[in-house]
Design a protein around this ligand. Structure first.
Ligand code: ADP
Length: 424
């Protein structure tokens, strides 16, 4: 008779255990968020084992510490500083090492007791269940203070429940990764749509201009004494062709960044600037250009690549292009700057050009498809500049040369994080 009651009791217990496992399985399917399902699974662990307290923790990125997700002290006062690091040592290190459940039923008299920080609740007994993903232990469920001893049955059940918690962790990590990559694809798609729209718009403008020039040339062809007009029209057509090829090369640079990302290395800012200045002077042999480079330091470095030259050339060329002064004057000042304890290199391009009205100042760096459906011939140049500066973790802004009057010229200011010359 007692045998039968004992059997019944065992069957009832087994039924409860199975229900608890099923419950935990449901929880990992129900919650996409690991923290929520971890809490549920932890509570299941407490119920099936009878443990009173415990925690769930994940291994830190460098693998040296436990990072606590939550702690349940079972209502007992615990005065340990929650910020105190939890190194992987003692009994939990055994579980991390073996990837298996481990337990100790006389913890306070074990060799591990010495690792307990001051103020920690008394641990009568302790059991650890590892969270294993693809053969690696990436976290742990810790349980403690069961009234009686932990048993092999507890170990088996916690092993199953830890496996479920690991699946939940893996799923939630995958979902986060998927969300991030979806977000990145969306952004890349929107950017490529924007570049495509600007490109299509500007190319069709260019072709229209070339067509008008050739039509006019056709008319002037029969008038023998109008060679000056013809020359002007040929120059206009040539300028448009150059504009078109710049647009194509900008577009290719965008796709270089989008596809491969930038491989950054140490770049000398003053050297790159000198090359860009030479290039711009060579490109406008007929114009009177006075570019004045000032820098207290010769060796200033940033983490960049060959596209830094592209940034400088674009801004310098604009300062010449959008400039009606007889002598196009550009002051380039390179200096060191500090922002929130971070060292920056500040580069200013101050021109005596036509200036940029406030309404255009924001637009030139931040064109969007929504805002810019009626895009009016703003090229890709400064968009490319902004994109490169972003990749270098820098900033770009434009101010007036003379505060109150934008017509007196512009001041483009770029700030890039300084890379100490001793680094890399
Ligand atoms: P694009 O020169 O092909 O139009 P950019 O992106 O290089 O394309 O420049 C966008 C616009 O910003 C220009 O059309 C011009 O109106 C204005 N701009 C840029 N730089 C200057 C400058 N230094 N002075 C005045 N206007 C400028």
């Amino acid at each position: 008779m007692t045998d039968l009651t004992e059997k019944e009791k065992q069957l009832k217990k087994q039924k409860e255990d199975i229900e608890e496992l099923l419950n935990a399985t449901k929880n990992i399917l129900k919650y996409q968020n690991f923290e929520t399902s971890a809490r549920e699974i932890f509570d299941s662990c407490k119920r099936v084992t009878g443990a009173k307290s415990g925690y769930v923790a994940l291994l830190s990125e460098d693998g040296s510490e436990n990072e606590l997700l939550f702690l349940d002290s079972g209502g007992l006062p615990c005065t340990v500083d929650p910020e105190l690091p939890m190194p992987i040592r003692g009994l939990r290190a055994e579980s991390y090492k073996s990837g298996k459940v481990v337990y100790d039923n006389s913890f306070m008299s074990s060799e591990y007791e010495k690792f307990l920080p001051k103020g920690h609740v008394i641990l009568r007994n302790v059991l650890f269940g590892p969270l294993n993903i693809e053969g690696e232990t990436v976290g742990i469920i810790g349980l403690a203070n069961k009234d009686s001893d932990f048993t092999e049955r507890d170990a088996k059940l916690v092993s199953g429940l830890s496996e479920l918690a690991a699946i939940s962790l893996y799923n939630s990590q995958m979902i986060t990764r998927l969300k991030i990559s979806e977000e990145n694809y969306k952004k890349a798609y929107q950017r490529s749509e924007l570049y495509k729209n600007i490109f299509a718009h500007d190319i069709s403008n260019i072709l229209q201009n070339v067509q008008s020039a050739t039509e006019l040339l056709d008319i002037y062809a029969s008038e023998a004494d109008d060679s000056k007009k013809r020359k002007e029209l040929i120059m206009l057509a040539q300028e448009q062709v150059e504009k078109g090829s710049k647009l194509i090369s900008d577009l290719l640079k965008f796709s270089e960044i989008e596809e491969k990302g930038l491989n950054l290395h140490k770049v000398n800012v003053c050297q790159k600037m000198r090359k860009a200045i030479e290039f711009v002077k060579r490109s406008y042999p007929e114009s009177s250009i006075n570019i004045n480079l000032k820098s207290k330091f010769e060796d200033l470095y940033i983490l960049g690549n060959h596209l830094l030259g592209e940034v400088f050339e674009n801004i310098l060329i604009n300062a010449v292009k959008y400039n009606e002064s007889t002598t196009k004057k550009i002051d380039v000042n390179i200096s060191k700057d500090k922002n929130n304890n971070e060292n920056f290199i500040k580069i200013e391009f101050i021109d005596n050009g036509i200036g940029i009205p406030d309404s255009l100042k924001e637009k030139i760096f931040n064109k969007t498809i929504e805002k810019d459906e009626e895009h009016k011939g703003l090229g890709l140049g400064l968009l490319l500049v902004k994109r490169i500066v972003d990749e270098y973790k820098g900033t770009i802004q434009v101010k007036n040369r003379v505060k109150e009057d934008y017509r007196k010229g512009s001041n483009f200011i770029i700030k890039l994080p300084e890379c100490e010359s001793s680094l890399l």
